[in-house]
Design a protein around this ligand. Structure first.
Ligand SMILES: Nc1ncnc2c1ncn2[C@@H]1O[C@H](COP(=O)(O)OP(=O)(O)OP(=O)(O)O)[C@@H](O)[C@H]1O
Ligand SMILES: [Mg+2]
Length: 340
């Protein structure tokens, strides 16, 4: 039997926009954007995380800024492994080699092939034992829900690449659905709106900034506006326009509708006893996009259920993984995990 003394246990929330790494006994050691800068000629990783973000959209031609994850799944395996290697190095304090045990949160609807790809990648970057944990369960636990109770609860994690929706009871997901619409699609909708209505071309990061500054799902109490610079499609030169909250609300209506349709589907398929519980327990929103103004109210009005946003929605998943790491014993890794 391998004593836990010889093991480093870490939890990873590898998100489309942000990656967080928790080290047991130390706390959250990495909180970085999921980005890498790659040297175009060799594919070598030059920078990862905030270092890569600083140059995003402005790197010279010999470098590319890559987002290795799209819609919650690896889309550039080499870049993803390079990024993880750097983050692991950043997270580990022990100089001697210890058996690395990694618990990673994943969206509910990944296929067996996708799960295997994740396990193999983690093993490639040094993990000996890998445990895949359902993202919504981790989010619920991290937000402080008593997930072990035999009571239906709904959790909706609205991240950047995916919205993970589940009805949970007794520490299990009973009904689940992953919708490939979240913060990134909102940004794309904002960029498309600004291009269509104002003939202004804006990049991904500017679109995200507009969404965060003035975006909302229902009218806000005080009018909001933001000045945005981009390239004019008509004259081809840089220009500035002012945008208000009502315009961005209109732009965001389509992605928000798709998220609501996903929630409706899960609600309609949930077993009746658990549905009845939801009248009281309501819906918990986690993930960074849960911070969109009035998204909770919009969902609450749609379904007539109480909706609450987690206290720290960007950290719910990693806090849940931290709980799980503390509870796992050595034999659990062998029982549930994929060991090499
Ligand atoms: N105040 C805010 N208002 C609206 N959206 C926000 C706000 N703050 C962050 N976001 C959005 O939250 C998203 C990032 O959230 P999060 O870190 O939970 O996603 P992720 O875990 O990386 O993605 P995923 O789980 O989908 O793979 C981004 O799309 C970001 O624009
Ligand atoms: Mg996430």
């Amino acid at each position: 039997m391998i004593s836990s003394f010889y093991c480093s246990r870490i939890g990873i929330d590898l998100g489309t926009a942000n990656t967080l790494v928790y080290v047991d006994g130390r706390g959250v050691a990495v909180k970085e954007p999921s980005l890498v800068t790659v040297r175009a000629s060799t594919g070598e990783i030059e920078a990862a995380g905030s270092e890569a973000e600083a140059g995003a959209g402005r790197t010279p031609k010999k470098f590319r800024t890559v987002r290795p994850i799209r819609h919650g799944m690896f889309c550039d395996l080499t870049a993803c492994e390079g990024m993880l290697t750097r983050f692991f190095r950043q997270a580990r304090t022990d100089r001697t080699f210890r058996r690395l045990r990694v618990a990673m949160a994943i969206p509910g609807e990944l296929t067996e092939v996708e799960r295997l790809a994740i396990v193999e990648s983690l093993q490639t970057v040094g993990a000996r034992d890998v445990l895949l944990v359902d993202q919504v369960l981790a989010a619920a636990q991290g937000a402080g829900l008593p997930i072990d109770e035999p009571r239906g609860r709904m959790v909706v994690d609205v991240g950047a690449g995916v919205t993970d929706i589940a009805v949970i009871s007794m520490a299990n997901t009973v009904q689940t659905r992953t919708v490939a619409v979240a913060g990134d699609e909102m940004d794309a909708a904002v960029a498309a709106y600004v291009r269509g209505k104002h003939q202004l071309l804006v990049g991904e990061r500017t679109a995200e900034r507009i969404k965060i500054h003035v975006g909302s799902a229902l009218p806000v109490s005080e009018a909001l506006s933001v000045n945005v610079k981009g390239r004019c499609l008509v004259q081809g030169i840089p220009r500035e326009v002012a945008l208000c909250d009502c315009e961005i609300r209109e732009a965001l209506s389509a992605p928000i509708h798709q998220i609501i349709m996903g929630i409706r589907e899960v609600l309609e398929q949930a077993p009746p006893e658990l549905s009845a519980d939801l009248v009281d327990t309501g819906i918990l929103l986690t993930g960074g996009s849960a911070l969109l103004r009035n998204l909770d109210r919009r969902i609450g009005e749609e379904f007539g259920l109480p909706v609450k946003v987690a206290q720290d929605p960007l950290s719910s998943v990693i806090l849940g993984l931290a709980h799980q790491l503390k509870r796992l014993r050595s034999r659990d890794w062998r029982r549930f995990g994929h060991s090499s």
